[in-house]
Design a protein around this ligand. Structure first.
Ligand SMILES: Cc1cc2nc3c(=O)[nH]c(=O)nc-3n(C[C@H](O)[C@H](O)[C@H](O)COP(=O)(O)OP(=O)(O)OC[C@H]3O[C@@H](n4cnc5c(N)ncnc54)[C@H](O)[C@@H]3O)c2cc1C
Length: 567
């Protein structure tokens, strides 16, 4: 089933929901005029529909494989990567000094979402490379930037991110890979990394690994970690890939989904690396990459939701079963409920993700700490809600297909399998929720409170014209405010953590309602109003149950001892 890029949704959200005109009015992003944005979305849409979407099934059926130490990627992926690279899509938001286009993250986020919908496995390769570009832009020396960035933005070289080790997953501070100074300004990196996405490929001339490791004098935990750039081939004097570095892919994992993306066990045996950022400052440098990667992963969830929705809709329009006016299942009330939920949820998650990207752009363009705090607050919500929406919508997509959803050839199950990992990598969704209620509330809840004020003010104004939608949004926001104050008041972090996931879900439900309300006001007579009414009547009420689950504290979850669990 062909993928159709939802360009009108992005344009609508840019204009009516996330304030893209404010971004384009800044000096930094003055080139992002409406015409440019329209042209970029259209071109990216074509790439996704015509080049990437046809690679989705081959990637699933013929996973990447390791043949005598050489990575062979899925059929068509090399051409797909070339098309992405040739279109300049990798360096979309990159610094123009190094060959990037300097466009707003909001636009890149929309393009990345489309690519995820078209072929998630392949999209992970440019996403990783973009993350590395960003980390190097912020933390690398001028020499390294000049050598690596143009090649990465052009897609000649690709990038990876190496944090995880067998004993160091969520607890990155437990990593033991070592970095020993070589005496010439470089370092010898030794250790094993697991689960490394796109750890190798057969389409880029060089693979550049960002690796977290410890210097000999480092303190334990995250404070003792440094970041290194470790290329597969050492650049020669002309900057071309020279001799092979001392690293290799040991094996690739057999996974539940995302088959086209090789997930590698990497071995570094004294490989030559260059320090990025300062010694022991690796986590700060890596966080630059991780924050946008988290938004990017949220976008992967939204993309999968869109793809799954389109699949399910096409099936519902054709499948004949039971007596309905059209003769097809689309006229059964329960099928309608599923399709409306899928569409309304996807729109909400997309709006939150784009609002997050817009806050990043405004923070970058103005340096205003309120925008920076807004972006930081929204990041865990975008990541967790975007990926949960991807899981929920793709699961519903299987259900809409009935038995055919369980049969691989329809492709419905692939979305479900592929998207599952997005809730796990880049910090599990549990870790995101803990980040929201702890680190992102270290300001005493100020950033959250400012956002809730805006949502309430907007709902208050909307009461005059749309009281039936504005009223529930205002009331839900007020309840969320009370629970937020409760969260901030808990000095026992476990009391916050025990309810963090439902709290994040409630926050996302309220945010989604806010953007749906904006959409309804902008198009009061059209489908966007109808979708908003469905969301606010049928999905927003979940916030109340989530807030109920958010507040009991930690006593109940710790009530059973570990022995009692197994008894
Ligand atoms: C397909 C795939 C691709 C990946 N790509 C990369 C990559 O490119 N680079 C890279 O470095 N890594 C990558 N990863 C690794 C990924 O980031 C980790 O799997 C993830 O961070 C979780 O770590 P873990 O698997 O060790 O789980 P664990 O940390 O063992 O977590 C197990 C469970 O415990 C929970 N948990 C753990 N600690 C806490 C805590 N403090 N509080 C509350 N709950 C907690 C988790 O939420 C989870 O539910 C990838 C993983 C997969 C599966």
């Amino acid at each position: 089933m062909p993928y159709r890029a939802p360009i009108s949704d992005y344009e609508f959200l840019f204009r009516h929901a996330v304030g893209f005109d404010e971004i384009a009015a800044t000096e930094k992003f003055s080139s992002a005029s409406e015409d440019v944005v329209g042209a970029i979305l259209t071109e990216a849409g074509k790439l996704c529909e015509e080049v990437m979407a046809p690679l989705q099934r081959p990637g699933d059926l013929e996973p990447a494989r390791l043949e005598n130490g050489v990575m062979r990627t899925s059929p068509g992926f090399a051409d797909g990567w070339k098309a992405i690279a040739d279109g300049g899509w990798i360096g979309m938001s990159g610094d123009p000094e190094y060959g990037g286009m300097g466009l707003p993250m909001t636009l890149t986020t929309a393009v990345n979402e489309m690519m995820s919908a078209a072929c998630l496995s392949l999209q992970l390769a440019p996403l990783m490379t973009q993350g590395q570009i960003e980390a190097l832009e912020h933390h690398a020396s001028d020499e390294i930037k000049a050598l690596y960035l143009p090649k990465m933005m052009a897609g000649e070289w690709s990038g990876t991110m190496n944090l995880t080790e067998p004993q160091a997953g969520s607890d990155v501070g437990a990593l033991t890979s070592k970095a020993v100074p070589n005496g010439d300004g470089t370092y010898a990196i030794t250790g094993q990394k697991i689960y490394i996405s796109w750890g190798d490929n057969d389409f880029a001339e060089n693979i550049c690994h960002l690796v977290l490791a410890r210097l000999p004098d480092s303190v334990p935990g995250t404070k003792g970690i440094s970041l290194f750039l470790v290329p597969k081939f050492l650049p020669d004097e002309a900057g071309n890939p020279g001799i092979a570095n001392d690293l290799k892919v040991v094996s690739i994992e057999h996974k539940m989904g995302l088959h086209g993306s090789p997930t590698c066990v990497m071995q570094y045996d004294g490989a030559k690396g260059w320090l990025i950022g300062r010694e022991h400052g690796g986590m700060a440098a890596m966080f630059t990459m991780m924050n946008n990667a988290r938004l990017g992963v949220g976008g992967q969830g939204v993309g999968c939701a869109e793809g799954a929705y389109q699949h399910a809709l096409a099936y519902a329009l054709e499948r004949k079963q039971g007596k309905t006016p059209s003769g097809t299942i689309i006229d059964h009330a329960d099928v309608r409920r599923m399709l409306m939920s899928m569409r309304a949820d996807t729109f909400a998650a997309r709006a939150i993700m784009l609002a997050n990207a817009a806050a990043i752009d405004m923070g970058n363009a103005t340096g205003d700490p309120d925008w920076i705090a807004r972006a930081a607050l929204l990041t865990p919500i975008s990541k967790a809600f975007g990926t949960e929406t991807g899981m929920r919508v793709s699961e519903t997509g299987v259900q809409v297909h009935g038995g055919m959803g369980f049969i691989e050839e329809t492709g419905a199950a692939q979305y479900y399998r592929d998207v599952r990992v997005t809730a796990i990598y880049e910090g599990t969704n549990g870790i995101q929720a803990m980040d929201l209620v702890a680190r992102k509330m270290m300001d005493g809840g100020d950033a959250a409170s400012r956002l809730l004020d805006e949502i309430e003010d907007h709902a208050e104004q909307a009461r005059a014209t749309m009281p039936e939608l504005a009223g529930p949004v205002w009331e839900a926001t007020e309840s969320l405010r009370e629970t937020t104050e409760w969260m901030v008041a808990q000095s026992d972090l476990n009391a916050r953590f025990a309810g963090a996931v439902p709290y994040l879900r409630a926050f996302a439900r309220v945010l989604g309602a806010h953007y749906h309300l904006k959409a309804a006001l902008a198009q009061p007579d059209g489908p966007r109003f109808k979708l908003a009414r469905f969301y606010i009547n049928a999905l927003l009420p979940e916030f109340s149950g989530f807030l109920g689950q958010a507040q009991p504290g930690a006593n109940d979850v710790f009530a059973l001892s570990a022995e009692e669990f197994v008894a």
